[in-house]
Design a protein around this ligand. Structure first.
Ligand code: ZN
Length: 302
């Protein structure tokens, strides 16, 4: 009896197939030869190009006096029943640090999350990209979830693949997670095992690094990943991180200005220099936020 020829794998199967490593890039997956090759992304960055100003106040998206692109959380923007077109570029944070920190797991399902991202994409627009539902690897987060760094990395890869399958048209980025420097390189290789070619992506996030700037080996990790053609966004990286890693970053974000303003407020200091009638500090003050962002965003040029 004649056997039928094997059927062509579906997209779903191809995503799950273990890719063959090529000698072109460590994190590139095998691509069918008939595909049009993507534009080369190996223009390694000499200095950081974009600083996203983190804010608890999503309605800054609609102001006309915002000088910096914004970084807004799904946890705050998701509360808005009515949305409108943004006047500024922005990125969406999935709010994982808060959700995992509070519940030890993601309660928001992948389906609910892509529905939210799709709503923002359509109704707000000007979105550069959205974070996935990644699993941060700070020791307090591991304690909360009861899982290991490797488990968090697998869950992060699994979520990214799932989000891509649910909504391939949305600009959701892959994020590298880890704690020790080598963790990030291992996670980059893990993505290839999940069929994700990181060096083909316009942006790859690096998470759990906001207070890791001075850790030995982190600078080398950013340098190695950049040399491998990855366009990196450093989550929560402010002055010290940008000074050290800026040459290997495409972008970063921070809302450290808000925490600093809250601390200053305890001493009766208004960070923007002007007393507010309705608030005790500048933790949500757009003048202070922009003064701070003006300074941080020019660090790479100094
Ligand atoms: Zn103020």
């Amino acid at each position: 009896m004649r056997r039928s020829s094997p059927t062509r794998p579906t997209t779903h199967h191809r995503l799950l197939m273990r890719p063959r490593r090529t000698n072109v890039g460590r994190y590139r997956t095998e691509r069918p030869t008939t595909c049009i090759q993507p534009i080369a992304l190996r223009d390694n960055h000499r200095q950081m190009t974009t600083f996203y100003l983190g804010t608890h106040v999503p309605n800054w998206l609609w102001r006309t006096d915002v000088r910096h692109p914004l970084f807004v959380s799904n946890r705050t923007l998701g509360k808005y029943k009515k949305l409108k077109k943004a006047n500024v570029r922005w990125c969406l944070d999935s709010g994982g640090f808060t959700e995992l920190g509070m519940f030890g797991t993601w309660l928001t399902t992948a389906y609910q999350y892509v529905q939210n991202v799709a709503r923002y994409w359509d109704e707000v627009g000007s979105m550069d990209w959205a974070s996935p539902q990644d699993w941060m690897c700070e020791p307090q987060m591991l304690k909360k979830t009861g899982k290991t760094v490797t488990e968090h990395q697998h869950l992060t890869c699994h979520n990214f693949v799932l989000l891509q399958q649910l909504a391939p048209h949305l600009p959701i980025i892959p994020v590298l997670q880890g704690w020790m420097p080598d963790d990030y390189l291992k996670h980059a290789k893990m993505y290839a095992d999940y069929g994700v070619g990181l060096d083909e992506k316009p942006t790859v996030g690096v998470g759990s690094v906001c207070r890791r700037a001075k850790v030995d080996g982190m600078k080398q990790v950013f340098s190695d990943l950049n040399k491998d053609g990855l366009r990196l966004h450093g989550f929560g990286l402010k002055q010290d991180g940008i000074k050290l890693f800026g040459n290997n970053l495409k972008s970063s974000d921070s809302m450290a200005w808000s925490f600093g303003a809250r601390m200053a407020g305890r001493k009766g200091i208004y960070s923007c220099g002007k007393k507010h009638e309705t608030t005790k500090n500048c933790a949500n003050c757009i003048d202070w936020a922009q003064m701070w962002a003006d300074k941080v965003s020019t660090i790479g040029e100094q």
